[in-house]
Structure formats: structure tokens, C-alpha cells
Ligand binder design. Sequence first.
Ligand code: GRG
Length: 293
Amino acid sequence: MEIKGVIETLREELNKYLYDYMEGKGSYNKRVYEAMQYSLDAGGKRIRPLLFLLTYKLYKTDCNEVMDIAAAIEMIHTYSLIHDDLPAMDNDDLRRGKPTNHKVFGEAIAVLAGDGLLNEAMSLMFRHCIGKKDNAIRACSIISESAGADGMVGGQTVDILSENTKIPIDQLYYMHSKKTGALIKGSIISAAVYAGASKAEIDKLSYYGEKLGLAFQIKDDILDLTGDTALLGKNIKSDLNNNKTTFISTYGINKCKEMCNSITSECIGVLNGMSVDTSYLKDLTSFLLNREK
Ligand code: GRG
């Protein structure tokens, strides 16, 4: 199968899993499932679950065995976007090319939809682990920690506290390594741990994940300034409007483009130095550098 075919196939399988999972759920509480499904099915790139599945695929053949964990990762990511868009946070009205969750369902239901997705993700992972070996539990624990107060929530906290202030450079790196980087890195390491990779390979993938998260964020900052709202599916210049310190405000656009290129090359270098066939992961890595959305 072509490289693009493998990634596209996994994305489609995941999309089907997510759709089937939510479809028809609920009774008197149906509205919250509708809100959860609205954002889940709004057309995200599925980068984090794909990183999880492609890393798992370095060592194992059947990704369907861990599709529920991949779905849980996407639920966690989607919850974070719903909450990030709320008036109390970034106050955005467009996400994934559609009105944000609270614009359609109201703030209270949007908060609950985010809560519902996070809890559903944890339930999915717990259920997956029943009767499985330690590796599965370790993997799910890495994912849940990466989303927590020392991970994504921690980064978001610093982001919120830093609005309208110029923050020092180490705080900027801390913020992004947690807010954006933690779940990206967690998706990669958890899959390696689950699949039984050696300590040396996990260390390499951990370094790769850290750098990839950084390149992803710098690219996100670039797109926020220079991207096209129609392509991105979200409003641009949100960082400027929210008066945030970003990689662009710190280094300038040209240096950021250069950093994005060189960090991506470093990521590819790490993947080249592995003993397994990393071509799918390399393809996804290059896609992230060149993406327009
Ligand atoms: C609310 C706890 C909490 C956390 C929010 C993820 C996040 C933390 C905020 C999103 C703000 C933002 C734009 C961060 C930059 C990087 C990022 C996470 C972009 C969105 O991810 P993509 O590009 O989006 O993978 P899709 O829609 O493709 O899934």
C-alpha cells in the first residue's frame, strides 16, 4: 500500500470509529452527545491519534487493536479545543471551519461537551485495559498524565496567565511544551511503550516527539499570522488580538520559518536513526511542516 494510502486509511478508520461511537447515544441527555459529536466530526486533521497509530505500527501490524486508545486521544484533543474556544478562554467563533461549539450549543452545553469528551476518553482507556498486560495500562497512564495539570492543562494555565504580558523565553517554551507538546509527545511515547519498544528506541521517539511538538507549535504561530481563514477553518491573528507572546513575537517570522525547517529536519534525522521502518512517520512529519491548515 502507498504511504499516503496507509495514513489516509487509518484516518478514515478512526473517523468511522468516532462517528459510530457517538451516533445514537443518549436519551434525556442526548444534547450533550450531539455537542460532543458536532466537534468530533467537524474535520480535524487527527494528527495525535495518527502519531499514536503510526508509532504503534513501527512494531505491530494490527492498528485496530488500539483504535479505541487512538479515539480517546482525539476526544481529549477535541475537548481541549472546545474549552479553548470558550469566551472565558480565547473566545473564538470559528473552529475546524464551523461555528465553535458554544456558538451552536451555548456555553453551558459546550463546557459539558468538553467534560463529556474527556471522561469518555478515560472510560474508553479503562475499558481497553481490562484484562490486558501492564504495557496497556502504562500507555494509557502516559496519555492521561500528558493531558493533566502537569501537561496540557498546565500549559493552558500559563497561557491564560500570560495574556497581555511579555513572558520570558523559558516560560514561552514551558507553555508550549505543555499546552501543545505534551499530548503530541504522549501520543508517540505511549504507543512505543504499548508496543514494547526498547528503552533506547523510546528515548529516541521521546526526543522526536518533543521536537515535533515544538515544530508544530511554531508552524501554528506562523499560520496564525499568515494563514488563510478559509483553509485553516479558524480565525487568523488570534494571538495578536489576544496580545500573546508567541514564537513570532519573540523571533520574527523569518527566523520562525527557519526554525520550523531545521527542527523538522532534526525530527526526520531521529527517525532515520531508528532500527525500524519509519517511512509513514516521516511522511506525516513532512506533512506537518508543509501544511496550510
Ligand atoms: C482548554 C485544557 C485546555 C487546553 C487547550 C490545545 C489547546 C490547549 C489549545 C488550542 C489552542 C491552539 C490553537 C494551540 C496551538 C496548537 C494546537 C493545539 C492547534 C490545534 O490542533 P490541530 O491543528 O487541530 O491538530 P485539528 O482541528 O486539526 O485537530
